[in-house]
Design a protein around this ligand. Structure first.
Ligand code: SF4
Ligand code: SF4
Length: 490
């Protein structure tokens, strides 16, 4: 029995997993169009490498970047660039941003993919560059560039790889499906990740209710060289799949506030990221597709789909039999942390783990908020051990400095406090907007500080010039006086 260190708080939520997990996995047919936002999930913006009218091949890079912090985008099939247009982005701001639009030509012609015969003989920095070149980001939803996460700052000594297959948010089953159908690839990806970060230990967390996934992994493990990967069944409690919560549960170590897991010797990746790394290193394939759960009362046949990145969500809904009469809203992600989608014309991105086509009972309906009765229920479920009622009090009063003292940035926006609040206060909404305000004020302050520094430097330079000028005039006068005196005495 593997020892666990449970974190405080969290909730057991109705799972709603079977709706999608019982249906067979299906690969999406080739879409008619592919759409690639140049503003990516982590907010980074890149320049297009292609122009309207150009033909591209499957696997061809579409954007230009030298930096690992900006992920590369690849065409998921061959076709023609029909434009670079401003289209709505899947972001909380709901703003438009530039997108490359491809018309798929149906030929699915590919560039040549180059892999390594034996990755163990390849230098780490070459493997990391390959992962960057393959456009791999965290596929759990955060979209952080994988190559950067695999190359933590040097003072940190890493001893453990955590693979996150604890898909704790209700409705989402894409990782469960991936673990059942691609268990060997998950384990192979784990081996490559361990080789890159130089560790001998991998903890692969799977929720205890995902019994089929656990069985598939154990079968794959018995057939290969995967003995040093520990498959750990973790309790089905939300938000066990949160990076910090999972690391604490598995290792007993706490990621410091504002810090990264590498500071406590851990690197954590999602199981789908491990499969993408396996495909890049052993098959040479960049990240072209991902598993997406399409579920909810608003879609006829909920299921998991293997979809090309860039596919419009409307095409996924169509493959799932279309909308039912009770569709209420579209959400990317789950009901707890998902983002509302304004339309189904938006594409599958690297962050799209789930499309929840929610019926009326499946989303938290905005109820009339009432005054806080100080019951403390929110604090008892907070997995970060915050005091949500205190935070709320300071945020409401615009006392953001006090909210910072109560660790506002540590809130992971899991929504547990919202679920239990008897006064129906939309706490997360308040915390999210307070964080945005803090970030904006910090940006404005940094800008003002920068402008003040420039102004002071300009004034100092002017003063210096004036003093130098006065000094030169004085020296000139003294010289002239001296010359006049010499002239008189001569
Ligand atoms: S949303 Fe934030 S404050 Fe509320 S329970 Fe989650 S971490 Fe705690
Ligand atoms: S759960 Fe709601 S009512 Fe209770 S203390 Fe928290 S904010 Fe106040």
């Amino acid at each position: 029995m593997f020892k666990l260190w449970p974190f405080k708080g969290g909730l057991r939520l109705p799972a709603h997993k079977q709706e999608s997990s019982l249906a067979p996995l299906q690969s999406m047919p080739l879409p008619k169009q592919l759409i690639y936002p140049l503003v990516q999930g982590n907010g980074s913006i890149s320049q297009p490498l292609v122009k309207a009218g150009e033909r591209v091949l499957k696997g061809q890079v579409l954007n230009s970047t030298e930096e690992w912090s900006i992920p590369l985008i690849h065409a998921a099939s061959s076709g023609w660039v029909i434009g670079i247009q401003a289209l709505p982005l899947i972001q909380p701001s709901g703003m438009d941003g530039p997108c490359i639009v491809l018309e798929v030509d149906g030929l699915d012609e590919s560039v040549e993919f180059n892999s390594f015969a034996d990755y163990r003989t390849v230098e780490t920095k070459v493997l990391l560059d390959k992962i960057h070149q393959a456009g791999i980001v965290g596929l759990g939803g955060a979209s952080f560039p994988t190559a950067i996460k695999l190359d933590p700052p040097k003072p940190h000594r890493i001893d453990t790889l955590v693979l996150n297959g604890a898909e704790c948010e209700p409705y989402i089953t894409c990782d469960d499906s991936l673990l059942r159908h691609f268990s060997k690839e998950v384990l192979s990806g784990a081996n490559i990740l361990m080789h890159i970060i130089g560790v001998n230990d991998c903890l692969l967390a799977v929720e205890d209710e995902m019994q089929e996934s656990i069985a598939a992994l154990e079968t794959a493990q018995s057939k290969g060289d995967f003995g040093h990967i520990h498959i750990v069944a973790v309790p089905t409690v939300y938000p066990t799949g949160g990076e910090r919560q999972l690391i604490q549960l598995l290792t007993g170590r706490e990621v410091p506030a504002g810090g990264i897991p590498a500071e406590i010797g851990v690197v954590c990746h999602n199981v789908a990221t491990a499969v993408a790394v396996h495909q890049a290193i052993t098959d040479g394939e960049p990240l072209l597709s991902r598993m997406v759960t399409v579920t909810g009362q608003g879609v006829r046949n909920p299921q998991n789909l293997l979809a090309r990145i860039g596919t419009p969500i409307a095409e996924l809904i169509e493959v799932c039999g279309g909308y039912t009469d009770c569709v209420q809203s579209l959400i990317m992600g789950g009901p707890m942390m998902g983002l509302a989608l304004p339309s189904d014309a938006m594409p599958v991105t690297k962050a799209t783990n789930c499309v929840l086509v929610a019926g009326q009972d499946e989303v938290m309906v905005d109820k009339q908020a009432m005054p806080c009765i100080r019951c403390g229920d929110c604090a008892s479920v907070c997995p970060v051990e915050l005091l949500p009622q205190q935070l709320y009090w300071h945020v409401r009063a615009d006392q953001l400095e006090r909210a910072m003292e109560y660790h506002l940035p540590d809130c992971i926006e899991c929504g547990c406090c919202d679920v239990v609040c008897p006064s129906h206060i939309p706490l997360v909404q308040h915390f999210r907007s307070a964080k945005t305000t803090v970030a904006r004020r910090e940006q404005e302050k940094a800008k003002a500080d920068h402008a003040r520094l420039r102004y002071d430097a300009r004034n100092a330079r002017k003063l210096n010039e004036q003093m130098e000028k006065a000094e030169a005039t004085k020296r000139k006068r003294e010289l002239l006086t001296k010359m006049a005196e010499n002239h008189k005495s001569g």
